[in-house]
Design a protein around this ligand. Structure first.
Ligand SMILES: Nc1ncnc2c1ncn2[C@@H]1O[C@H](COP(=O)(O)OP(=O)(O)O)[C@@H](O)[C@H]1O
Ligand SMILES: [Mg+2]
Length: 84
């Protein structure tokens, strides 16, 4: 069964948001281009989701990273600085 887990925790001066799934994971070619505008592996994908997310997160002084295993799942981690 498909499962998505979302969590967040504070780490020092930043907050980390974790988004994990047990979906199909990604191969190395996909991982290489994941955040490129218009890159999609879907028949009707736009390829905008992650490039726009990356830009928004960077505009807030944060970053997004990904860990993925083919046929096992994927975890994105978003780090954002906390405002004093
Ligand atoms: N959680 C995920 N699991 C597997 N592949 C993913 C995941 N998120 C993104 N991808 C891959 O990255 C590509 C780009 O994603 P995205 O920018 O959201 O555009 P889109 O969803 O329109 O394809 C997807 O087509 C897919 O190949
Ligand atoms: Mg998408």
């Amino acid at each position: 069964m498909g499962k998505i887990e979302i969590g967040a925790r504070r780490e020092g001066a930043e907050v980390r948001i974790f988004i994990s799934d047990n979906g199909k994971g990604m191969d190395i070619l996909t991982l290489d281009r994941l955040f490129s505008p218009f890159f999609t592996t879907k028949e009707n994908g736009t390829g905008l989701g992650l490039s726009v997310s990356d830009r928004i997160i960077k505009n807030h002084g944060g970053c997004i990273s990904v860990n993925s295993r083919l046929n096992e799942g994927t975890q994105f981690v978003i780090s954002l600085p906390l405002i004093q």
